[in-house]
Design a protein around this ligand. Structure first.
Ligand code: DX5
Ligand code: ZN
Length: 215
């Protein structure tokens, strides 16, 4: 049974509390929070105040995905607004090892995300330091994009690397997840699935989450 992390990016921001309660009352495991700066990705979503507003009502793990340049600047801020897991991009942080240690020093789980063009083997020397690797299965920046097929191979490769290293790092996948792609990702070794538009654009988001949970 995979961990299911609905992406709040696809929620109705005018009814944010309602959508947060829907996730609280569903079989979802985590809240996936997408922070974008308009520099690392060609879109701006939201930052600390909205994350704090979600945290105020959220009764589940806050899984924060930073799509911002030099994310090390904001580690303490995201701790303050309630992040439990803080994921930064491999492509956005030059001294990634230090960044990961700083996230852990704040008492959060540390994740690193890989863009579609970034090979898994680049994480080999720090896989034992990571709590989570987030494989992007779309180019980060927007919900509702189509799934990049190569992601399934990346999950398999990462699973083999984690097993070989004896690491307990979790594999999370983000972008274009639905029942069909989700099933293949879980079979390839994914532990956690992010789903935005598939959940929030469905007629019954809570039931869609329950369906994903059966994968
Ligand atoms: C994209 C974000 C995703 C996004 C996924 O940059 O990181 O979390 O919300 O949306 P879907 O599930 O619609 O592809
Ligand atoms: Zn995300």
């Amino acid at each position: 049974m995979p961990i299911i992390a609905p992406s709040v990016l696809s929620a109705d921001f005018g009814n944010l509390q309602r959508d947060v309660e829907m996730i609280n009352n569903s079989k979802a495991d985590w809240f996936h929070i997408d922070v974008m700066d308009g520099v690392f990705v060609p879109n701006i979503s939201f930052g600390m105040p909205i994350t704090a507003a979600i945290k105020k009502h959220a009764q589940k793990t806050m899984d924060v995905h930073l799509m911002i340049v030099q994310p090390e600047r904001y580690i303490k801020d995201f701790k303050k607004v309630g992040a439990d897991i803080l994921t930064v991009h491999y492509e956005a942080s030059t001294h990634l090892h230090r960044t990961v240690q700083e996230i852990k020093a704040e008492g959060m789980k540390a994740g690193v995300s890989l863009n579609p063009h970034t090979p898994v083997h680049l994480l080999k020397d720090m896989i034992k330091d990571l709590d989570l690797v987030l494989i992007m299965s779309v180019n980060p920046g927007f919900g509702g994009q189509s799934f990049i097929e190569q992601s399934v191979e990346k999950v398999k490769e990462l699973r083999a690397m984690i097993t070989e290293a004896g690491s307990d790092c979790i594999i999370e996948v983000d972008g274009g997840v639905n029942m069909e792609t989700g099933a293949r990702l879980v079979a390839a070794g994914a532990d956690a699935l992010v789903a935005g538009s598939f959940v929030f654009k469905s007629d019954n988001p809570s039931q869609t989450i329950a369906n994903l949970k059966t994968l």
